[in-house]
Design a protein around this ligand. Structure first.
Ligand SMILES: Nc1nc2c(ncn2[C@@H]2O[C@H](COP(=O)(O)OP(=O)(O)OP(=O)(O)O)[C@@H](O)[C@H]2O)c(=O)[nH]1
Ligand SMILES: [Mg+2]
Length: 235
């Protein structure tokens, strides 16, 4: 099965669920909107977003006097598409150094993504330095070292169990001293409900802004395509 077929299949349940709300569409009564909102929440749209989308839909139905289920379905699709467009996705990394902070839950591919980014940046002729901010998982720094070698990037690392804040501090000092273009910071995987790990992330972010107040800083959240709402809280 091809990649897009898999995605299509994965989304089939959500589509059916939302579709079934429309099957009972009879002029947009209160029950219809309630069921639609529930379907959107079940599809992990988020309570606030679901509420907002349904509210917009009610307004659109009233304003444009929509009556057919197909028309209303299209109106909802337009509203959701509009809510999804958040502007410019390109990374702004113009200062020297600039910083990319990579975060996400355990095992989603943060370190692999850093390897790919590093290779792309060095390929563009940029000087790249990786910071082994994951001092928690066994062999995380070794894994990052291999990626650094492959990409032709430098690396700053401490021993296992070291303070990630200290690693980041040293890495940024090195980046400044060596005229690095882009410093990429690896972090340990975490769920947003692990407060101590989240505080650690906040600390890393503070160190970066304190040490490089003028720098472009991009935070990249690596997520599995099936993660859902957990991703938002981390970002
Ligand atoms: N299928 C697939 N596998 C991937 C992708 N990116 C990474 N992986 C694999 O997922 C596993 C975990 O990748 P890592 O890059 O170590 O993930 P991580 O987020 O750094 O993990 P932790 O540091 O343990 O939190 C590895 O076996 C990777 O080869 C991807 O895009 N697709
Ligand atoms: Mg990792």
């Amino acid at each position: 099965m091809g990649f897009f077929d898999k995605i299509r299949q994965g989304l089939e349940k959500t589509r059916r669920q939302i579709g079934s709300a429309f099957a009972e569409f009879t002029g947009g009564n209160e029950a219809f909107y309630e069921e639609l909102e529930e379907s959107l929440i079940l599809a992990d749209a988020g309570i606030e977003t679901a509420g907002e989308a349904v509210e917009h839909l009610q307004e659109a139905v009233r304003a444009k006097r929509l009556i057919g289920a197909d028309e209303v379905r299209q109106a909802l699709a337009d509203i959701l598409a509009e809510m999804l467009s958040v502007g410019d996705f390109t990374l702004k990394l113009e200062t020297r150094p600039s910083v990319v902070l990579v975060v996400g839950v355990n095992g989603v591919g943060k370190t692999t993504t850093i390897g790919k980014l590093a290779a792309r940046f060095t390929g563009e002729g940029k000087k790249v330095l990786l910071a082994a901010g994951d001092t928690f998982r066994a062999a995380a720094a070794e894994q990052l070292t291999i990626w650094a070698e492959r990409a032709g990037a430098e690396i700053v690392k401490h021993g296992e169990g070291a303070d990630p804040g200290a690693v980041v501090f040293d890495a940024l000092a090195a980046a400044k001293a060596r005229h690095t273009d882009i410093a990429i910071i690896d972090t340990a995987g975490r769920l947003h409900n692990k407060q101590n790990l989240m505080n650690e992330l906040a600390k890393i972010r503070r160190i970066v802004s304190r040490e490089l107040p003028e720098a472009d800083i991009e935070t990249l959240l690596v997520i599995d395509a099936t993660t859902g709402q957990n991703g938002l809280i981390q970002a």
